[in-house]
Ligand binder design. Structure first.
Ligand SMILES: NC(=O)c1ccc[n+]([C@@H]2O[C@H](COP(=O)([O-])OP(=O)(O)OC[C@H]3O[C@@H](n4cnc5c(N)ncnc54)[C@H](O)[C@@H]3O)[C@@H](O)[C@H]2O)c1
Length: 468
């Protein structure tokens, strides 16, 4: 099928590459010419494992092109995905200006050559499917008033569930594909589009083996409104699950229980499941905060106060502050101290810094008169570019970060941090304080290496006395 994907961010680029890999002819469109130029050179504008390789493979399969010209791409496409950003407004509402502009432009570019499906992949508040339909119709009426009754299209909502850092595998091997639509013709085209994913009939790309036992992926069809609600409900639940783990860890800390044991113990219950139960400095990223705020806002619009969702937001905000408290407990005075952040990205394997806990922690420490340093294997150039006012000193290694520092805070659990020589790091520091904001290290190992260690909800076991 001929497909256009509008928006070449984290979602659009991965979606375009995967659909082309499956054999579709894809044109990716972005209004940001610098991103399109990079993609035309075969470079990904974002850091995402396997993406550049997949783009290369996709070019040799269905074919993938990149352009800033939305109208040419739409005119030759049967399916048009909208994957533009929907960032939060100060009120918590989703900002729909990019979605609205894209939907209107799609309408203005349509002709009567074929029936087209406009698919909304951006995360949008309930009711936006109807808004997209209206805007496409207005675009058609503005551009081709005389032909408007002969131009036919359907609208689908196809929420995206990929996780940055494993976005390619999540897209090729999804737990489920959700498609909301109001008419059968639209649903049929979506079924055809996704049939290689549903049947898992494609050859896995090198280095991205199909999960053992996976033979197909369910395609769940719903109304437009339910599909939109599924995305918000899924993110709200995951955010709440992490918030729950954090809250229990905070209680564990006070009563002397070990939170990682407690989480393992409850995660063994199949009704609960073990994922998303890691206590830490709280969630971040472009989706959870934005989507929970937007859902709270939607509920309020309908006269409902969501106490559980609001509490998830509050617990998460306080969890970031917990790092500052732990540093104060260890060092008392923070003014004039040197503190190093291990990790900046909101999670490992991405360069995404949107709503990253590191930004809050760095900002708060700087306000308190701390000299803040950071080391991140991937996200430092992005941070330097996006946060020019954050007066962080960027270090080229964990050792440089530790040299003469008063404390280290592990903010992002990059796998390379697991292999750090803790003894060496502690030896380089002025005071070897380690706040492990992701419970990456074993407390006993860190203490044995010379650190004054504190994690989240962790208990340091006294070493058994050695027999003389
Ligand atoms: N990032 C994720 O992990 C993730 C996961 C699931 C869902 N989502 C949702 O998907 C959507 C996109 O997220 P993202 O992280 O890819 O955003 P992003 O900010 O990385 O990318 C959006 C892109 O859209 C482009 N754009 C904006 N308006 C345009 C227009 N009119 N025409 C052409 N291009 C335009 C921007 O230049 C940008 O490159 C959001 O609604 C987000 O909530 C994101």
């Amino acid at each position: 099928m001929y497909i256009t994907v509008i928006g070449t961010g984290y979602v659009g680029t991965v979606t375009g590459a995967c659909l082309a890999y499956l054999g579709h002819h894809v044109t990716c469109v972005d209004s940001d010419a610098s991103k399109i130029e990079m993609l035309q050179r075969g470079q990904s504008p974002i850091y995402e494992p396997h993406l550049e390789k997949l783009l290369e493979l996709a070019a040799g399969r269905g074919g993938i092109e990149f352009t800033t010209s939305l109208s040419d791409a739409v005119a030759r496409s049967q399916v048009i995905f909208i994957a533009v950003g929907t960032p939060p407004l100060p009120s918590g509402e989703a900002n729909l200006e990019y979605l609205e502009a894209a939907a209107h432009s799609i309408g203005a570019a349509m002709d009567d050559a074929c029936f087209r499906v406009v698919v909304n992949k951006s995360t949008v508040p309930v009711g936006s499917g109807n808004l997209v339909e209206t805007l496409v119709r207005e675009g058609i009426a503005d551009a081709r008033p005389a032909e408007r009754h002969n131009i036919h299209f359907g609208v689908a909502s196809n929420p995206e569930f990929l996780r940055e850092g494993s976005a390619v595998a999540d897209s090729l091997y999804p737990d489920r594909i959700v498609v909301g639509a109001a008419d059968d013709r639209t649903l049929e085209m979506m079924r055809e589009l996704y049939s290689p994913l549903v049947l898992q009939s494609f050859e896995p790309p090198p280095g991205l083996a199909r999960p053992a036992g996976m033979q197909s992926a369910p395609l769940f069809t719903t109304s437009l409104t339910s599909a939109e609600m599924i995305k918000y409900a899924a993110n709200a639940f995951l955010a709440m699950k992490i918030g729950f783990a954090n809250e229990i860890a905070n209680i564990c800390e006070r009563v002397g229980a070990e939170a990682t044991e407690v989480m393992t113990g409850i995660g063994m219950d199949s009704r609960i499941g073990s994922k998303f139960l890691n206590p830490g400095v709280g969630w971040g990223g472009s989706c959870f905060g934005k989507d929970v705020h937007a859902l709270v806002h939607t509920a309020r619009e309908y006269g409902y106060t969501s106490r559980l969702l609001q509490s998830s937001l509050d617990v998460n905000a306080e969890q970031r502050q917990m790092v500052i408290q732990k540093l104060q407990e260890k060092l008392h005075i923070l003014k004039g101290r040197t503190i190093g952040l291990l990790g900046l990205a909101f999670k490992p394997n991405t360069d995404d810094l949107r709503d990253a806990p590191s930004l809050y922690i760095a900002g708060r420490l700087l306000q308190m008169g701390v000299r803040v340093r950071a080391y991140d294997p991937i996200a430092m150039p992005v941070c330097q570019k996006q946060q020019p006012d954050l007066k962080i000193r960027y270090c080229e290694s964990a050792e440089a970060l530790a040299a003469d520092a008063d404390a280290l805070v592990l903010v992002t659990e990059w796998s390379e941090f697991r292999d750090l020589d803790l003894g060496k790091l502690a030896g380089l520091m002025a005071t070897p304080v380690l706040v492990d904001g992701r419970n990456l290290f074993h407390p006993e190992t860190a203490v044995a290496a010379g650190f004054d260690y504190t994690g989240v909800g962790r208990r340091i076991r006294p070493r058994p006395a050695t027999a003389v």
